[in-house]
Write a protein that binds this ligand. Structure first.
Ligand SMILES: Nc1ncnc2c1ncn2[C@@H]1O[C@H](COP(=O)(O)OP(=O)(O)O)[C@@H](O)[C@H]1O
Ligand SMILES: [Mg+2]
Length: 440
């Protein structure tokens, strides 16, 4: 972990709370990605030879071993991850057809300009004894779908696997849509750019758990490394850089989304009643369509979609928000975007209430502790689910099982909430939108 945690005493005032937050989320400022955003995107990543990539630091921030060492350990112990690479490693290691071709020939010079952490993984993958693993790797994006009741570890697993491992192994761009109910990405905040909708008032508050301490208004950069503002999904994609993590605040005005998705979005300001008001989580439809259709970037990108059941409900109806058009359109856009290296990490409470046309396009699922095995009769899931019915009751916090149509792999991750000592919530809100909602 990067630093000792501080605590403050319960007589502290606003300045002490603010200082506590600043210390606990001290930014990681010396990477290529930090410099890229600091310079307003004017310096390419290659122009800063002596700096490292964020992905070379984040796994260390979580106290984890480098992934190439994990791979060597899995090989030595013949771990299921090694035996069934398509049930787990295929989702973590992203290689294009051209990468696979170079690896088959043992040509590692192709990766000379990549982060060292990726070079080590590629070197491992090119060894003749690991040929079956290489053969299991698919071109394009993949992702996974984690399901459980709240509190079972979905978000923390994504902090580690999408935030730390994707950047370490693939120099992946990570776009994490925040829900505003919870600041899901806090453990990654020192490495994160907060992407804010242009012209929308955003307030950020630190709310200590100890209620003798005051809640205080803070700047986004007291928590996050830096910020950017975007006007629509295409503009956001244009500002992203390889290997960087974005905490994306969805645009409550959904600018650009109607055109991209060809369905209607109604902001709180335009809605006649609460029924008509579009849920913020639906902004992600716009982003996935932009990624599928606009070819702004083809760099491997992971979109993290928490509460995915809210944007992709089963058997949608065409209501005032064109829910059916959006949901059915998502399956198609998701398929296209995946060919262009977009991976989606879905998190939801239940696979059974998640839209089936999207389920049919999924390849990997993650079942959390104390979560019943889903029914194989659900369309899109394998007829015979490869985990035992009560498998997940044997899992502890910080463990899960990843599976595909044939095999399963038990996995674990370090507790990301231990990377900081601030005890409380970072609460983000859109005050003008709340006023508009209250008026409905
Ligand atoms: N590696 C771990 N070891 C122990 N506890 C963990 C670990 N990872 C997460 N947790 C705990 O699990 C709880 C729930 O995690 P969270 O990811 O928020 O669940 P969900 O997204 O499913 O609601 C948290 O209280 C967290 O402290
Ligand atoms: Mg969660």
């Amino acid at each position: 972990m990067s630093h000792a945690r501080t605590q403050i005493d319960s007589t502290g005032g606003p300045d002490e709370v603010r200082e506590w937050v600043r210390q606990e989320f001290e930014s990681h400022d010396d990477s290529k990605q930090a410099y890229y955003h600091d310079s307003g995107g004017t310096f390419g990543l290659d122009a800063q030879g002596n700096r490292h990539h964020d992905g070379e630091s984040i796994y260390q921030h979580f106290g984890a071993k480098p992934f190439w060492k994990v791979l060597e350990g899995a090989e030595t112990s013949n771990h299921p991850a090694y035996r069934y690479p398509s049930a787990y490693l295929n989702a973590l290691i992203h290689v294009s057809d051209a990468d696979i071709w170079a690896l088959e020939r043992g040509d590692l010079s192709r990766f000379d300009h990549e982060p060292e952490t990726r070079q080590r993984v590629m070197e491992w993958l090119s060894r003749p004894e690991n040929r079956e693993v290489l053969d299991a790797m698919d071109d394009g994006g993949i992702g996974w779908h984690a399901h459980s009741k709240p509190g079972k570890g979905k978000t923390s697993a994504a902090n580690f696997l999408a935030g730390a491992r994707m950047t370490e192994i693939n120099n992946e761009t990570v776009l994490w849509q925040l829900t505003l109910d919870e600041c899901e990405i806090l453990p990654l905040a020192p490495f994160t750019t907060l992407a804010m909708p242009a012209g929308v008032e955003v307030t950020v508050e630190a709310v200590p758990r100890d209620d003798r301490l005051p809640r205080v208004a803070i700047e986004p950069t007291d928590v996050f490394r830096d910020t950017l503002t975007y006007t629509d999904p295409v503009d956001l994609l244009e500002q992203t850089c390889p290997g960087a993590i974005y905490g994306v605040l969805p645009d409550p005005k959904f600018r650009g989304c109607e055109r991209l998705v060809e369905a209607s979005f109604t902001s709180a300001w335009e809605a006649e009643d609460t029924e008509e008001n579009t849920d913020l989580v639906e902004w992600m439809h716009g982003l996935v369509h932009a990624r599928a259709k606009k070819d702004v970037t083809l760099h491997p990108t992971t979109a993290v979609i928490d509460e995915a059941g809210d944007m992709l409900p089963i058997r949608p109806e065409n209501d005032a928000n064109d829910t059916k058009t959006k949901v059915k359109g998502f399956a198609e856009a998701f398929g296209k975007a995946r060919k262009k290296n977009l991976s989606c990490v879905f998190m939801s409470h239940s696979l059974a209430t998640f839209e089936e046309t999207v389920r049919e396009k999924e390849r990997l699922w993650m079942t959390m502790p104390e979560t019943p095995r889903p029914s194989g009769s659900l369309t899109g899931l394998p007829d015979s689910i490869p985990i035992y019915p009560n498998y997940s009751s044997g899992l502890s916090k910080g463990e899960a099982v990843m599976w595909n149509s044939m095999n399963f792999v038990p996995i674990s991750w370090p507790n990301p909430y231990r990377t900081y000592g601030f005890e409380g919530e970072i609460s983000i809100s859109y005050p003008e939108r709340e006023v508009a909602l209250d008026a409905l």
